[in-house]
Design a protein around this ligand. Sequence first.
Ligand SMILES: Nc1ncnc2c1ncn2[C@@H]1O[C@H](COP(=O)(O)OP(=O)(O)OP(=O)(O)O)[C@@H](O)[C@H]1O
Ligand SMILES: [Mg+2]
Length: 200
Amino acid sequence: MLISISNIKGGVGKTTTAVNLATAAALEGLKVLLWDMDIQKACKFFFEPQKISKNLYATEYSDLKIYEDNRFDKNITDEYDIVIIDTPAGFNKKIKNAIKSSDLVIVPTTPSLLAMRTYNDLVEKGYENLRLLLNGVEKKESHKKVVGLILNLPKNQYFKTYIPKSEELENMAFFQKNIFKINPSSLSAKAYKKLLHEII
Ligand SMILES: Nc1ncnc2c1ncn2[C@@H]1O[C@H](COP(=O)(O)OP(=O)(O)OP(=O)(O)O)[C@@H](O)[C@H]1O
Ligand SMILES: [Mg+2]
């Protein structure tokens, strides 16, 4: 299964989602490839160097011709149970190709009206494999309003699981660790497990 994590908007939790979802899947025994398509190389930053768990493989940014042709699906995805691509923010040709090749595109979205508008922009491009993941949810009125809007979407367009705003997630970069290493029993770690089970 090929999954892209993508959003036109930056800083919405794409890399955080990619790293933690990949780890959740590897911890359940799936063979996972985490593919960093972002030149910022942030995925790698979240792992202690050399210490990626047994089933989790990671590849760094490279200018992959693979996105220009159709070899992507056949050659790479057959070797893994799940391939997760962390795309950079934006919407260029490579991102488009990643989205088009994917079985599922997770669109992490922060709980704001503007972020919802950006999600709709992507939907209006006609992709049918997009699914909104609400990220950074707090217990406040404005967030409840956005949750209300999301519940009006067709059920296959959003995940029931949402990722709470948490200090542990914010601290991942400090510790260079994923959430399962920082605190496996945290609400956030549980949320990523739940998210995985909505997918597999
Ligand atoms: N649920 C959350 N709670 C608290 N902090 C979060 C949460 N999700 C992400 N963050 C923090 O927000 C920042 C941006 O997250 P992240 O790097 O995953 O976004 P991104 O969409 O990949 O950004 P970019 O577009 O630059 O690639 C990071 O500092 C991250 O730790
Ligand atoms: Mg990122």
